[in-house]
Design a protein around this ligand. Structure first.
Ligand SMILES: [Zn+2]
Ligand SMILES: [Zn+2]
Length: 386
């Protein structure tokens, strides 16, 4: 039997029209609500402002009024089709912080007004091996915060460059009160992505950790590894990042364009965190690892990485490995660790009308170290795009 074709999700305009018809028959509280968002509506187009629908909250849902959302390099990769075509419109954003506006009937552990966050995942299957082990980031049916098929609505998920989001309680994080909400937002992706491999590789006092690249991910890796008690070495190609790296907590800075400095760093590290977002050779950096050391790939370059000389791995029993964000439980652990050690991201706050420029500056590496979108400016006629 041939299955009935599944109609594609409605685009934004169709949804708004459908909504306008539906509202006549339903009460206000029972229909999806329209919220303002910034996203990509047209192929190769810029971020523009439009309305999206958020679903009526179910029993386990939390409605969050969003205050801030970090701009992650992944948003650009997705928005510009660098990781493959995406359905449009696409509202990016997976580093969001806000306050609880409303909860479903079965949510009893969140107060209205509590400060909460949402990261890269908004749901998972709860039944697979990864989910049962509490590693839902590896669930084959996990639901990404944007651009994923949403099991609740049958449409595509839309992310945090918006005024409001509705998320299942199990994927809502508590943001400790002591953390500044704007600079805590990047912890939901950059923070946990850096934290998880440090924990997985048992970093602690006495560990020697290298960080390759000093951007959004790299600067968090430096702060977190230093707070765990590690000796941190930063590798950078620009000499003018030396002072900044030391200021973030690094003890050693290696200019990776200087052969003598690289030679001096040989066989010095237990773990190397690679955050460079473009394809690059690894042989130089594998030489800085001690026996049994590991190089962890955190960034996902759009092209393949150059090959690795097998001998570089064999003769020191090295590992070349990867890491993907972190589980929800580990994300909460990271947030609590950050509160304990007063760690947040170094940010530059941008308003809605500057978001396209901020994306270009992020791609150019011109930010220290993370842009955060001030979502209060999204509905403010004085501060938003004309
Ligand atoms: Zn991200
Ligand atoms: Zn699962």
């Amino acid at each position: 039997m041939i299955g009935r074709p599944v109609p594609p999700p409605l685009n934004a305009v169709q949804r708004i029209k459908k909504h306008a018809t539906a509202t006549t028959a339903l009460t206000n509280s029972a229909v999806p609500r329209q919220v303002l968002a910034l996203g990509i509506e047209l192929e190769d187009g810029p971020l523009t402002k439009f309305h999206i629908e958020r679903r009526f909250p179910g029993a386990r849902d939390v409605v969050i009024d969003l205050e801030f959302c970090g701009l992650c390099h992944s948003d650009v990769h997705a928005g510009r089709g660098e990781w493959g075509a995406k359905e449009l419109p696409l509202v990016p954003g997976h580093e969001m912080v806000g306050t609880v506006r409303e909860v479903g009937g079965q949510v009893r552990d969140l107060d209205i007004g509590a400060r909460v966050g949402v990261g890269c995942l908004v749901d998972s299957c709860r039944a697979c091996e990864a989910c049962r082990e509490g590693l839902e980031q590896f669930c084959p049916n996990s639901v990404g915060t944007y651009g994923a098929s949403d099991p609740n609505t049958g449409e595509y998920t839309q992310g945090g460059y918006s005024q409001q989001i509705v998320v299942n309680r199990d994927f809502v994080l508590n943001i400790p009160e002591s953390l500044d909400p704007a600079s805590a937002a990047p912890l939901l992706c950059a923070g946990i992505t850096s934290y998880s491999p440090l924990r997985h590789h048992n970093v602690g006092p006495g560990s020697k950790v290298g960080v390759l690249g000093l951007g959004g991910l790299g600067h968090m890796a430096v702060k977190l590894a230093a707070a765990m008690g590690a000796h941190v070495t930063v590798f950078t190609r620009s000499e003018d990042k030396r002072e900044s790296a030391l200021g973030l907590g690094a003890e050693t800075v290696v200019n990776s364009t200087d052969t003598a400095q690289l030679e001096a760093a040989a066989d010095s590290l237990h773990l190397l965190i690679d955050t460079v977002a473009v394809p690059h050779e690894l042989g130089t950096y594998l030489r800085t690892l001690k026996r049994d050391g590991a190089l962890v790939q955190l960034s996902l370059p759009e092209g393949p990485m150059p090959g690795i000389d097998a001998g570089a791995l064999i003769f020191k029993r090295l590992s070349y490995t990867g890491s993907l964000i972190g589980s929800i439980a580990e994300t909460q652990e990271m947030l609590d660790f950050c509160a304990e050690h007063s760690i947040t991201s170094d940010i530059e706050l941008v308003d809605a009308r500057s978001v396209n420029e901020a994306w270009d500056r992020m791609v150019a590496g011109d930010v220290k170290y993370r842009f955060v979108l001030d979502l209060a400016t999204l509905g403010d006629p004085a501060k938003e795009d004309a």
